[in-house]
Write a protein of this length. Structure first.
Length: 642
């Protein structure tokens, strides 16, 4: 535990003469420094060896650029970036990405942990007059338990302490919606939707006040009118000889499809969509150049794959490399993310001039350092002098004590919450299924999904036409894993404070969910019937697999396994709220986004209209149990054999 009055963080401010940020102000975005706060920034020591790699070749070491602000008539700017931290501020285990392959073929390198990252960052920044630390997105959410259960506020406090200046918007920053990210995580406003997931005191004992930095994205727009929801770019001013300041423009994008397309169920936002990456980059580049900004850097939450050597690349593939080949040739650096890959390459622009394309892994494995040299007169990047290296965030350095203190505070707080009694139960709630595929836990989750549809819709989103009429939920899907993650037995477990009939917070959190939003949408009765039929699916070898759907208490149906696959549920023997299913009727059905997008194998559930997000799965289920106070195992009587 950290005392309420802790000393100020020991990192001196970056010695940049009037380094400022500017951004467009379209669509009422949040200006990054509208709320002035004192910045706390990690500095660094020692010149690093930079790496420049050619496409398809091994990396070659080159001398690092000289210290800023001026070397041989050029202005040096150090760009330091991370990507896809996902809240892993504690050192991740080996199974969580806590090691990376050694390019030389030796033992894997142990990496990660914010307190180690802070030390590496401090050493790299030492003596650099123009040093900017930023992120390519997915700073929080998905999937560190100790961060998720505390609203990911730990991530914000840690990145504030390390002096993060700005970030591109990642898809996981949308897991709880844009309102949550911008109003709570950035502005620090009260988050009222899912008590106790509101605001937790910082390690200083003070109230959570949000980030000292903000998010940007030029290609996330509102579905209704195409309007942008965030600024596309920001400008940082760096020190030049003679007291002058030179602008560096940063162009931001988010992975296409991240908010409304397949592949991003956790972040699914029906009210938002994304536009083309290259078009967005070129538009922002033109806007910046029109404002006299000649040094351009892309920072985007999209990437690619180029082998396992984190300081080289071979056979590159993916959207980042497509963009590198097509985007405005005046863009001098492309910093990427999202793919959880590691590479550092030089890729030719449309004019055949190479520019670095880099990705720095995930969970704090790597810290990318790209040094650009600006022409002191024009402010343009002198491309042939650009150097880049991915530094492994090794654990063979001392942990920064201040950041380690912050991390210990939050992980300790999560452990205490994990063992907190949440509700009572009158019997076992388990995944054990009867012959019809019903289980007490599955039925309870289905009932919860109907309840959840009556409680919450994301602020600013379209409201559901009405609460859900029914819910379906895969308890054993044909694809992927079930969101039923653990049983809730009546007997007490090993955790301190547990007792018979008590459901602890951590038990409930882990029993259901994998950070996918609970949804409701409109379906025809025919789609409901077809979904029930898809519980039986013919495998490639001709055998029939049974993949049961839990249904809520509003539903009763009869099935006959003697009939062919696709004809085992008589629609005349399905009732919803005691009434026969109308195949041409309209029903509001609740499930989660993972299922609604058919990632787990029920194609009938993709035929929806009017989708509405509710809570995230873990949080909503915890809220349901806390509200109910006592839960009883539901009867297993919703599916009946003929």
């Amino acid at each position: 535990m950290v005392a309420a009055a802790r000393r100020s963080i020991a990192f001196p401010p970056v010695p940049v003469a009037d380094v400022r940020s500017a951004s467009p102000t379209w669509g009422n975005p949040v200006h990054p420094h509208a709320r002035k706060v004192p910045r706390r920034s990690v500095l660094a020591s020692g010149a690093a060896v930079a790496v420049t790699a050619a496409v398809g070749t091994a990396a070659r070491a080159t001398p690092a650029a000289a210290d800023a602000p001026s070397a041989s008539g050029y202005v040096d700017v150090q760009l330091l970036s991370i990507t896809d931290l996902h809240g892993y501020v504690a050192p991740p285990g080996a199974s969580e990405g806590g090691t990376i392959p050694d390019p030389a073929g030796g033992a894997p390198t142990v990496t990660g942990g914010a307190a180690y990252l802070a030390t590496h960052l401090k050493r790299l920044r030492e003596g650099r007059a123009n040093s900017l630390f930023f992120s390519a997105g997915d700073n929080f959410a998905g999937w560190a338990y100790y961060a998720d259960v505390l609203n990911n506020e730990s991530t914000i406090e840690v990145l504030n302490a390390m002096g993060l200046r700005f970030s591109s918007l990642g898809n996981h920053e949308l897991d709880k919606g844009m309102d949550f990210t911008m109003n709570h995580m950035v502005r620090g406003r009260h988050y009222p939707y899912d008590a106790p997931f509101e605001s937790f005191p910082l390690s200083t004992g003070r109230r959570f006040k949000g980030a000292d930095w903000t998010y940007y994205s030029g290609n996330v727009v509102r579905t209704a009118d195409g309007g942008q929801v965030l600024p596309s770019w920001n400008i940082e001013y760096v020190q030049a000889p003679g007291g002058r300041r030179l602008p560096v423009g940063f162009i931001h994008m988010t992975v296409e499809g991240a908010v409304a397309g397949p592949g991003f169920n956790c972040s699914y936002q029906p009210t938002l969509t994304t536009t083309d990456l290259v078009d967005s980059a070129n538009r922002s580049a033109a806007e910046l150049k029109a404002r006299g900004v000649n040094a351009l850097v892309v920072v985007m939450h999209e990437g690619g794959y180029a082998g396992d050597d984190y300081n080289a690349g071979s056979s590159p593939t993916g959207p980042a490399f497509d963009l590198a080949a097509k985007a405005d040739p005046d863009i001098g650096v492309i910093v990427t993310g999202h793919w959880h890959c590691r590479f550092n390459m030089m890729v030719d622009d449309p004019n055949g001039v190479p520019r670095p394309v880099v990705e720095a892994g995930y969970y704090g494995q790597l810290l990318n350092e790209t040094t650009i040299r600006l022409d002191a007169r024009t402010g343009r990047i002198v491309r042939e002098l650009t150097t880049s290296t991915n530094h492994a965030v090794t654990r063979d350095v001392p942990q920064d004590p201040e950041v380690a203190d912050i991390v210990a505070y939050w992980t300790g707080k999560a452990a205490a919450l994990d063992a907190t009694p949440l509700a009572r139960q009158t019997g076992d709630l388990t995944r054990a299924a009867n012959a019809s595929g019903e289980s007490t836990l599955g039925n309870l989750v289905a009932d919860f999904l109907v309840w959840d549809s009556t409680q919450y819709a994301e602020k600013g989103a379209a409201r559901a036409p009405r609460p859900a009429d029914l819910a379906v939920f895969p308890s054993k899907p044909p694809k992927a894993r079930s969101a039923l993650g653990g049983d809730l037995p009546y007997a007490k477990g090993a955790a301190a404070g547990d007792a018979d009939g008590v459901i602890l917070f951590g038990e409930a959190w882990k029993a259901y969910g994998f950070d996918s939003p609970n949804m409701s949408a409109t379906y025809t009765g025919a789609a409901v019937h077809q979904a029930l039929e898809q519980q039986w699916q013919t495998r490639a070898d001709g055998s029939v697999g049974f993949f049961p759907l839990a249904v809520s208490d509003e539903v009763r149906y009869v099935y006959d396994t003697s009939q062919p696959v696709g004809s085992r549920v008589d629609p005349a023997k399905i009732t919803v709220k005691g009434k026969p299913l109308d195949l041409e009727g309209s029903y509001r059905l609740a499930t989660n986004a993972y299922t609604m997008l058919a990632y787990d194998g029920y194609d009938a559930l993709t035929t929806y209209t009017d989708p509405v997000r509710h809570t995230l799965d873990h949080e909503g289920f915890v809220r349901y149990l806390r509200t109910r106070e006592t839960v009883t195992p539901p009867p297993l009587n919703r599916a009946t054999p003929a």
